[in-house]
Design a protein around this ligand. Structure first.
Ligand code: PEP
Ligand code: MN
Length: 337
């Protein structure tokens, strides 16, 4: 449930509500809206009536939340959450495009990709330093050396940087180098990792697991918010279906639906969703038309030689073309790109 405070609520009244909740075993999360403070109370719903919260000074009303997720839900916070990373803002009027190689392979490869995507208008550079590969014999990433290259590329171009973390050691290491940490599809229900990124103070890009329902995905985000980190960007990256003609099936209805259900920004990954370079531009357009707040796209200066996910990677020239073609969709959606 949420406790909606009056516009005039005084700090000591807010503190008294928090105390009452915590004494009854609830966790109290402050959610600062544009106008008023709402306190998300997570705990045993059956005892709520006995707390007499509505009678406390400064309280406007107490609203039960029916959904299994609370802090991520629009019932708790009506307006979009804005997540600022360098000069990009996710969830606002601007559409934010993240682009770069699947994996950091070398200085030359990363810098060529970074300069190409920055020139075309991307705001965030992606690049995996720790790769969760299906085969233990495939390229696993450059580790800390890859993180160092990402930080250098960020300095050179002014881009923000996102990288995937696989576990606590890689998270600790990545926090020294990057602006956003990514939890990948394979780790979406790694609850310990979700709690760890929930305790860090950087934004988290949370991909949807390939077999996860929308509710499970939002519950994964709830883990992060419940640890205190409200900066979560959701990413639809395709789910497994009977269809084998594409690598996954991009669930665009989930993009529109999650924008309704949650105040968090939602972006789409047309690269992992389709597995095919040719489908990346059309599915990018479709994701923005569905209400997505941005995209994450794989770009490699020489896709034919990529160590990972070459067939779905755009060249820097293709990416430039994509950004031009997206202008019309952005305008039609009343967004800036
Ligand atoms: C990635 O973005 O590098 C990645 C591995 O994606 P996903 O977790 O969506 O498969
Ligand atoms: Mn990839």
């Amino acid at each position: 449930m949420v406790v909606v405070m009056k516009l005039t609520a005084k700090p000591e009244e807010i503190a008294a509500v928090k105390r009452r909740l915590e004494e009854a075993g609830f966790q109290a999360h402050f959610i600062h809206g544009v106008k008023r403070l709402v306190i998300g109370a997570v705990g045993d719903r059956t005892v709520i009536n006995s707390l007499g919260l509505e009678a406390l000074p400064g309280v406007e009303k107490v609203v039960p939340i029916m959904k299994p997720y609370k802090l991520v839900s629009r019932e708790v916070k009506g307006e979009n959450s804005l997540i600022k990373v360098k000069d990009a803002v996710f969830g606002g009027r601007e559409l934010v495009v993240i682009a770069g190689p699947c994996a950091v392979e070398s200085r030359e490869q990363l810098f060529a990709a970074a300069q190409g995507v920055a020139a075309a208008g991307a705001k965030v550079l992606r690049g995996g330093a720790f790769k969760p590969r299906t085969s233990p014999y495939s390229f696993q990433g450059l580790g800390e050396q890859g993180l160092q290259l990402l930080a250098e590329a960020a300095q050179l171009t002014g881009l923000a940087v996102v990288t995937e973390v696989l576990d606590e050691p890689s998270l600790e290491m990545a926090l020294d180098y990057v602006d956003i940490v990514q939890v990948g599809a394979r780790n979406m229900q790694n609850f310990r990792l979700l709690q760890s990124v929930g305790r860090c103070n950087k934004p988290v890009l949370l991909k949807r697991g390939f077999s996860a329902t929308v509710d499970e995905w939002l519950m994964a985000a709830e883990y992060i918010l419940s640890e205190g980190n409200e900066q979560v960007i959701l990413c639809e990256r395709g789910i497994r279906t009977f269809e084998s003609a594409t690598r996954n099936t991009l669930d665009l209805s989930a993009v529109s639906l999650v924008k309704e259900l949650s105040h968090l920004p939602v972006i789409a990954d047309p690269s992992h969703a389709t597995g095919s370079r040719k489908l990346v531009i059309p599915m990018s357009k479709a994701a923005l038309a569905a209400g997505g707040d941005g995209l994450i796209v794989e770009v490699h200066p020489d896709p034919a030689r990529a160590l990972c996910d070459g067939p779905q990677s755009l060249s820097t020239e293709d990416f430039q073309q994509m950004m031009e073609e997206l202008q019309g969709i952005a305008a039609a959606m009343g967004r800036d790109l």
